[in-house]
Design a protein around this ligand. Structure first.
Ligand code: AHR
Length: 351
């Protein structure tokens, strides 16, 4: 078909319009893609070094993998609640795994977090040793690690960004100083039995060391028996029963946590003795049940160990992902309670 010049001009204009429209569509598609990437927090972009796939959840939340020790004590429950509530408050997606007090379960959980390319891994190590291999794997994957509550004994501290938690040695010293003060005038031997936490765990090692340091210049203060109660009430009761069968002259019980102390109180009462009087009791944690027993005079002295680590952990996650330097060691502030102080503090106790 032959076109006149007017028709040719119209066709040319139509073609130009179509070409411009097609180009615009192409551009807008690619701009849309970049816009999507731009919505990622800078932190995640920097965390994806090495060209890995994006590490965010579908709704662009920061993903935190957390491996918890277990649910062995009231302290642990309060700690888990604090971490879950704080993750929600910060708007992070929390992948939570309970290791049931087994290191192998924690290693499996950490490997699974690495596979899932979470943004940050945090964990409270069941025991101190044996973490180098899996921590190296996290490091190779470019995923920052934060320790909470308990430490690892790795010589290479570049495996983790920070360790947030209590000074367990100082907790043991506080218990020891109270003992020294209480028995300052003792002329006879003071027989102490010790319920240790989980064998190989940082709090069990450090709380023992702290107490021993504090009492070492007082030869009257003697630890006559020391055994693990695994931080649980049931084991605390069982081991205290065996202590009572083996020794009829126990003056003091030092339990590395409230739960073991509370289990031991049941054994002491079943043996016809009065806890807090016939046997003086020192525990660590200051959770609600421990504070109630202290206010009733069954526990004489509690060294506080603060489980509310959630807010500090979430802040550290945010800072690490933002590329900020954070302190390698963040120590939790804590106090101590005599029976009288426990009674006064109990109404406001949150956990
Ligand atoms: O690591 C902290 C300790 O672990 C707490 O004192 C104890 O109760 C818990 O199980």
């Amino acid at each position: 078909m032959k076109m006149n010049s007017k028709q040719s001009i119209s066709l040319a204009i139509a073609l130009v319009v179509i070409m411009l429209f097609t180009a615009a569509c192409g551009n807008s598609a690619s701009t849309g893609g970049q816009g999507g990437n731009n919505q990622q927090p800078a932190s995640n972009a920097s965390n994806n070094g090495g060209g890995d796939a994006p590490t965010q959840s579908a709704d662009d939340k920061v993903v935190l993998g957390f491996s918890q020790v277990g649910a062995e004590s009231g302290w642990r429950t309060a700690n888990t609640d604090s971490i879950k509530a704080s993750a929600e408050e910060w708007g992070f997606e929390l992948k939570f795994s309970d290791a049931q007090q087994k290191q192998e379960n924690q290693i499996k959980a950490i490997r699974s977090f690495i596979q899932q390319k979470v943004d940050v891994i945090a964990f409270s190590p069941v025991v101190e040793s044996g973490w180098d291999t899996v921590l190296q794997e996290a490091k190779d994957a470019g995923i920052p690690v934060i320790l909470t509550d308990r430490a690892v004994d790795s010589e290479d501290t570049s495996y983790y960004e920070s360790f947030i938690g209590s000074d367990f040695v100082e907790e043991g010293r506080k218990a020891g100083r109270w003992l020294v003060e209480q028995y300052a005038d003792a002329t006879e031997p003071v027989n102490i039995v010790e319920l240790q936490g989980t064998t190989g765990s940082a709090p069990a090692i450090d709380r023992k060391q702290g107490l021993e340091e504090a009492i070492q210049d007082n030869p009257n203060l003697q630890i006559i028996a020391s055994q693990t109660g695994d931080f649980t009430r049931a084991k605390g009761k069982e081991v205290m029963q065996s202590f009572l069968q083996a020794h009829d002259d126990i003056d003091v019980l030092y339990a590395h946590n409230d739960d073991m102390g509370l289990g031991a109180i049941q054994a002491i009462e079943a043996a016809g003795l009065v806890p807090g009087e016939d046997i003086k009791i020192i525990t660590v944690d200051a959770v609600k049940d421990g504070m109630i027993a202290a206010s009733e005079g069954k526990i004489n002295f509690i060294v506080e160990c603060n489980p509310l680590l959630g807010p500090q952990l979430m802040q550290a996650v945010e800072d690490v992902l933002a590329g900020k330097e954070i302190d390698k060691r963040i120590v939790t502030e804590e106090t101590t309670f005599t029976s009288e102080e426990a009674k006064a503090a109990l109404p406001d106790r949150k956990y």
